[in-house]
Design a protein around this ligand. Structure first.
Ligand code: HEM
Length: 504
């Protein structure tokens, strides 16, 4: 074919064909209207490229036309509905017909999948892991009694990691505090074999981070495609699996018992598949949000002196209330070691508010669900969710709504004080701990570890937030709202903490 013919073919056939495909095509006339932005054949890749900007633009465009702002779109073979507004949010979080795990299995990708780990092919193990088994175990492990029993270990781990920082220096909290959170998570839902062996602990954390980074558009949409990210993911998940299997095998073979979560799973008679999937799922769920938020809270406090003062005041008040008077001469960190679990769980409302607004700002991306009922569903607004379709609710739709949260990008824990109560302005206005049918099962532990880390860090160090040149900052760099989940700041977003031991 000559170049002229090829050009003619392109102009006369391919361009109209592509334009035709580019037209928004609804997958069901009764589903919400289709998104405008589409790549031919593949669908709305803006979901990966600029998630929040795109959601906001589509919603705005449709609201201008008088609808709720909900829309639908294709992603490769997936049909996806993006709910919006109060009713859309209510349906998404409350419907008993939407499947939680099915949504995340299809479009999240940050966590290891069964086929990456290899547990889907493990033979001779009758007791397969199920979401119900996972929830049952995590609820049992995060009960108050177990948290109370683990408190001394959580405190001694925190102290040891802060000791490592020395008397003064500069630290990247997204390394030092993040890895401390991982250690505490291993204590609570993992095993002592990893928590007490630094080399294994660091390796397991690295493998988790590698798996998280390998969540690309390609590995999510075409999980069978053997690209570089898929290969890296398979290797990391395989190594993780081998480390965990070796630990479980040795425990079972030697009959050794340790007072830890792994022993609890073994004593309950769980199969190897159930144990490995629990360990991986539990460590992942425990790390992803807690690690980023604990680090961010210290950064936000570092540039917001009035809140740093409020939190320090709270720490001193709690110690003076709970620590016997004869110990009041001790340094604050020593007094903190004497607090009972009830004080750690109930008496730090200011740190709680700091966490609450940090989550609102740093919980990025979309919550996911899937219709696995085998039939089409109808939402409370009459929209059709086809059988097998996914739902993606972008959390910024509510958490960055200026009508609910004025100056929404500003970290401002006072938003939740009774006189402002911004989170009570609308139904489901705060979904940072999940809501409706799927509240976070780790909230109690997440709050406890956050209180311990923030209180010990502030009691021990005076500090400022600095940039790459070591210059003090009075604010934090803007956050990339198009991220898909809580993420460590990169490039121009990076900051460090410059600290010095507090003299008391
Ligand atoms: C700051 C820390 C945390 C935040 C902000 C957070 C947030 C959330 C949110 C928003 C959901 C619901 C997602 C949805 O509706 O689609 C959720 C669910 C869940 N979270 Fe957390 N989480 C945190 C810490 C933890 C920890 C430490 C654990 C366990 C060790 C944990 C375990 C879970 C589990 C198992 C679920 C699923 C619940 C279900 O299946 O119904 N989370 N979390």
């Amino acid at each position: 074919m000559s170049w002229l013919n090829f050009a003619l073919l392109t102009v006369l056939v391919l361009v109209p064909a592509l334009l035709l495909i580019k037209q928004p095509t609804p997958f069901d006339p009764h589903s919400p209207p289709p998104a405008e932005s589409r790549v031919p054949l593949i669908g709305s890749l803006d979901f990966f490229w600029r998630r929040w900007d795109w959601f906001a633009e589509e919603k705005h465009r449709l609201q201008q036309q008088g609808s709720s702002g909900a829309f639908s779109f294709w992603l490769a073979g997936w049909k996806v509905v993006a709910p919006a507004g109060i009713k859309g949010r209510e349906y998404f979080f409350s419907s008993s017909q939407l499947d939680f795990d099915g949504g995340y299995a299809a479009l999240f990708g940050q966590g290891p999948r069964l086929e990456d780990i290899g547990t889907d092919k493990m033979e001779g193990d009758a007791n397969q892991a199920t979401p119900q088994h996972f929830s049952k175990r995590i609820i049992a492990l995060l009960k108050g009694g177990r948290l109370g029993a683990a408190l001394p270990a959580l405190i001694s781990d925190t102290k040891a990691r802060l000791d490592e920082l020395g008397e003064e220096g500069t630290t990247n909290p997204f390394d030092s505090i993040y890895s401390l959170v991982f250690l505490l998570t291993v204590r609570i839902v993992g095993c002592r074999d990893i928590a007490e062996d630094r080399k294994t602990l660091d390796l397991v954390l690295k493998l988790f981070n590698d798996i998280e980074k390998s969540a690309t558009m390609t590995t999510i949409l075409f999980p069978w495609f053997p690209g570089p990210a898929k290969i890296k993911r398979t290797i990391s998940a395989g190594r993780l699996y081998m480390i965990l299997k070796k630990i479980v095998d040795e425990r079972k073979k030697n009959g050794t018992t340790a007072q830890d979560p792994l022993q609890y799973l073994i004593d309950e008679g769980d199969s190897m598949v159930q144990i490995i999937e629990f360990l991986i799922g539990g460590l992942f769920a425990g790390l992803i949000n807690s690690g980023i938020n604990a680090a961010f809270i210290l950064c936000h406090l570092g540039v917001t002196p009035e809140w740093k003062f409020k939190v320090l005041d709270e720490i001193r008040t709690v110690c003076s209330r709970h620590v016997p008077a004869e110990h009041h001469h001790l340094p604050l960190t020593k007094q903190l070691e004497l607090l009972p679990i009830e004080a750690w769980e109930n008496d730090f409302p200011m740190i709680d508010l700091c966490l609450k607004d940090s989550i609102r700002i740093h919980l990025h991306g979309a919550a996911l669900r899937r219709n696995l009922t085998g039939k089409d569903l109808k939402t409370n607004e009459g929209d059709v969710i086809p059988d097998g379709a996914l739902l993606a609710y972008h959390l910024d739709e509510i958490h960055q709504d200026p009508e609910i949260y004025p100056e929404p990008t500003k970290w401002d824990p006072a938003r939740y004080l009774p006189e402002r109560a911004e989170d009570k302005k609308a139904p489901f206005a705060y979904v940072g701990w999940g809501a409706g049918r799927h509240p976070c099962l780790g909230m109690r532990f997440a709050k406890l570890e956050n209180n311990v880390i923030v209180a010990f860090f502030l009691a021990r160090f005076e500090y400022d937030v600095v940039d790459a040149e070591g210059e003090k900052r009075s604010d934090l760099p803007p956050v990339d709202r198009n991220q898909h989940s809580a993420h460590k700041p990169e490039g121009a977003e990076r900051v460090w903490l410059k600290y010095k031991a507090r003299k008391e």
